[in-house]
Ligand binder design. Structure first.
Ligand code: 6PG
Length: 469
């Protein structure tokens, strides 16, 4: 009998997903644009499961039993459209195309609409976990037609990561919802990485920790509340020796952070929806600033920092303060990301289940972390929770650590160490907990120079005044 499931795009993510599907007992037809890659793939991995090699998209479609499902694993953007355009005339009504790349959710919405009009289903599926996750269990965020997802759900549930026996996959919502949630996942990933980098800067340059001590410190942090994939790999990075020199490899890596756009999209959309996603946005900008290497090198001899200041506190205590500042700022990054998803749900008519999203991020994905269990609990306990920081567990955790958080930001400012994500997260916390902000003055200014009107605190209505004595 022919398989129902096929995959096109045998780059490393596609290869690993195809192998994962086969390992779980599902026969799969595989295709790649460069046809020789199909033969190589079958030669290398053919014994791992039931594969059918296809040398053209026509062969791929013919190799599948209807209703067919084809997972597209090609570069986001134009290449996805090109594959879809070539496949559409070959398909029959009821067939399903799945885009498993990091596509922009608006592209997914458009493709879903176009294909629906042609009688086809289209799922936009966020897949996280890198190469290793794709092979052994990723976190999967599917969006699109529910019925189409239900047909493919047994495969996704089988190949996904499992935490306490629960698969890290759940239907997210219609059209672009899966890719939207993956985008926010990546935004949080950016924030998390920037926060860890800021902690590294302080640990190294204020506390004077060596790479070996950094490995030990991150290793210890990974035993506690910060237990997560990103802290774990950070530990490994500080353990890695360079093969070309005597030193540690990390010290030879050029300090220019690259980006493919998912973090930027999160911030762009946050601006569109008016949601203060400051931690993620600072993380995106920090990558942009890092990329200005030549300018920074030139400025480093021209712009002075603080003069005659030194760290005077207890370094061991400060290391723990940095850990606490990281934990608090991380809560803020998740709180902001979830606020953004709430706003998107309202905007696009999705009903995003925040507890379920936290559940599927517990394993397989780049931001997997022990505290996602607590996020899930927070929304199980109160599905209406307005902000993650208000959940009693996180509220108390922030309260217990806020003094440390303030010491870290204060010390960094004093010493001239840039901590944009730590500082903006703390400012968000302080802004969110304020019943009154100085925005009354902004409203007064707007009304004075442009008659933009204002509301009053003591009576209903819209007012305009003539200002000045
Ligand atoms: C994942 C990652 C992955 C992403 C990389 C690189 O969830 O597995 O998010 O999808 O492509 O993290 O992203 P940048 O190149 O933008 O850092």
């Amino acid at each position: 009998q022919k398989p129902h499931f096929g995959l096109t795009g045998l780059a490393v993510m596609g290869q690993n997903l195809a192998r994962n599907v086969a390992h779980n007992g599902f026969p799969i037809a595989v295709h790649n644009r460069t046809a020789s890659k199909v033969d190589e793939f079958i030669a290398d991995f053919g014994t791992e499961g039931t594969f059918v090699g296809a040398h053209s998209l026509k062969e791929l479609v013919d190799a599948l039993e209807a209703p067919r499902t084809i997972l597209i694993m090609v570069k986001a953007g134009g290449p996805v459209d090109a594959v879809i355009d070539e496949l559409v005339p070959l398909l029959s009504p009821g067939d399903t195309l799945i885009d498993g790349g990091n596509s922009l959710y608006t592209d997914t919405q458009r493709r879903n609409k176009d294909l629906t009009a042609k009688g086809l289903n289209f799922l936009g599926v966020g897949v996280s976990g890198g190469e290793e996750g794709a092979l052994n269990g990723p976190s999967i965020m599917p969006g699109g037609q529910r019925e189409a997802y239900d047909r493919v759900a047994p495969i996704f549930e089988a190949i996904s990561a499992k935490v306490d026996g629960t698969p890290c996959v759940a239907y997210i919502g219609a059209d672009g919802a899966g890719h939207y949630v993956k985008m926010v996942h990546n935004g949080i990933e950016y924030a998390d990485m920037q926060l860890i980098a800021e902690a590294y800067d302080l640990l190294k340059n204020v506390c004077g920790l060596s790479n070996n001590e950094l490995a030990k410190t991150f290793g210890e942090w990974n035993e506690g509340d910060l237990d997560s994939f990103l802290i774990e790999i950070t530990t490994q990075i500080f353990q890695t020796k360079d093969t070309l020199t005597e030193g540690h490899l990390v010290d030879f890596v050029l300090d220019k952070a690259a980006q493919k756009g998912t973090g930027k999209w999160t911030s762009q959309n946050a601006l569109d929806l008016g949601i203060p996603v400051t931690g993620i946005t600072e993380a995106v900008f920090a990558r942009c600033l890092s990329a200005l290497k030549d300018e920074r090198v030139a400025a480093s001899t021209q712009l002075p920092g603080p003069v005659d200041v030194a760290f005077e506190g207890d370094k061991v205590a400060f290391v723990n303060d940095i850990r606490d500042a990281l934990y608090c700022s991380k809560i803020v990054a998740y709180a902001q990301g979830i606020q953004l998803m709430d706003a998107a749900a309202a905007e696009f008519g999705w009903s995003l289940n925040r507890g379920e999203i936290a559940t599927i991020w517990r394993g397989g994905c780049i931001i997997r972390a022990r505290f996602l269990n607590r996020i899930k609990d927070a929304y199980d306990n109160n599905p209406e929770l307005a902000n993650l920081m208000l959940d009693p567990y996180f509220r108390d955790g922030l309260a217990a650590r806020q003094a440390a958080w303030r010491r870290v930001v204060g010390e960094a400012v004093k010493l001239g160490v840039p901590v944009p994500a730590f500082a903006s997260s703390l400012a968000y916390y302080d802004g969110y907990r304020r019943a009154s902000l100085p925005a009354n003055l902004i409203q007064a200014q707007r009304d004075l120079f442009g008659a933009h009107t204002y509301e009053r605190t003591d009576r209903e209505g819209t007012f305009h005044s003539s200002w000045g004595a």
